[in-house]
Ligand binder design. Sequence first.
Ligand code: ATP
Ligand code: MG
Length: 431
Amino acid sequence: MSATAPTRVSEHNIASDQLDNHALDVIHKLNDAGFDAYLVGGCVRDALCGVIPKDFDVATNAKPEEVRALFRRSRLVGRRFPIAHVRYGRNLIEVSTFRQAQHDNIETNAQGLIVKDRAFGTMAEDAFRRDFSINALYFDVSSNEIIDYVGGIEDLAAKRLRLIGDPQQRLAEDPVRLLRAMRFAAKLGFTIDPNILDHVEDTAERLEEIPRARLFDEFLKLFLSGYAVPVWLTLKETPLVRSLFPSCNPDSRLVLNAMRSTDERIAQDMPVTPGFLLAVLLWDDFCSRQLEQNPDAKPALNYELAMDTFAVQQQHISLPRRFTMFAREVWQLQPRLEARHPRQIPRVISHKRFRAAYDFLVLRGAEDSKLEECGQWWETFQHADQGERKNMIDNLPKGKGRKRRSRGGSKKKSQTPTNEFGSDYNSSFNK
Ligand code: ATP
Ligand code: MG
């Protein structure tokens, strides 16, 4: 199949000013050294779909070591198949050497999963090694042509995600391809070939074989690329959601609302963090653990139970500690935001996770009118001046905003319950 002559298309909507100068520089340098080099993958696909590409990949017949030798600011990464990363300041161009398509050169384990495939090939072979037809289009910058070996142009026009080759085999080689299908379908509004969807169940199970760190990377791409809502809506209807987030209720309104707000933040160039999404995805599980242990009280955060919640999730996707810490801090602030004890308020509002915890409370409030009122209170409080803040605390419903003694006399201990900060905390708001 690799002997097939490709289709070459010179009428397309890719304008040269859409292309990244650094990627073009890489291509020109490789050409000058006598190598072939093309733009490939997501950047060609996105540009053809009228989406601004987020990064640029180059494919070449130069071996990784040859690329490395040509670019001073480059290094080789990847064990399975080394590729060169060429750096231009903060911009990174990935340069990969054409890979072989023949499956006998690829080492697979008993289940067909690729374990090692360091085998170089021709451009045609490289095309057939890629996942989806729309990801296997090459752009030749010198002739201004799209080169298509696999029917990608046709699938792009039909807005169709089709795996190259036999879907069952391609998914067995790498189950992550299914997650990629969901992501690209959501991003581009494409439909997934029914032949792929036939294998969802098997593939979901086989995600367990994938290194958990890779799944974390994929988790980031799925939900922090600006189209978390369509990704989630697709994913939650499949067994994939169980493989990725076993303790999460797929119909949780909180999760959907959080996905929506994540997309909105990305659209507005506001910062987003996976820590927040972890807090959202694992919240129900954490709450039911707390409730089970202490059904009567609204307890402060139980550290052990938070860790248990993360431990279950860690068996599926590895979670860097800074993000579980973030989630834990957001959870820890929830009961304090709800309680609004005057003594805690200054500490809460100056907490480094206050803003995230407040956003989390607001999302929870969308389903609960009492919490909604609480969220509005904090919204006003944040923007109020000292005098207004004092009034707000004084006007809190009985049992919440009781005034602290601020003049003379001994401090009466614990009109509000002692909190974990101890009783030596001096409020600056009531002065
Ligand atoms: P995006 O960068 O928007 O996530 P992309 O298609 O560029 O999308 P990358 O992960 O950057 O995705 O991969 C670059 C290219 O490498 C893909 O377009 C595809 O051709 C190939 N590729 C990536 N992952 C796989 C895979 N798991 N199996 C086969 N080919 C892959
Ligand atoms: Mg890419």
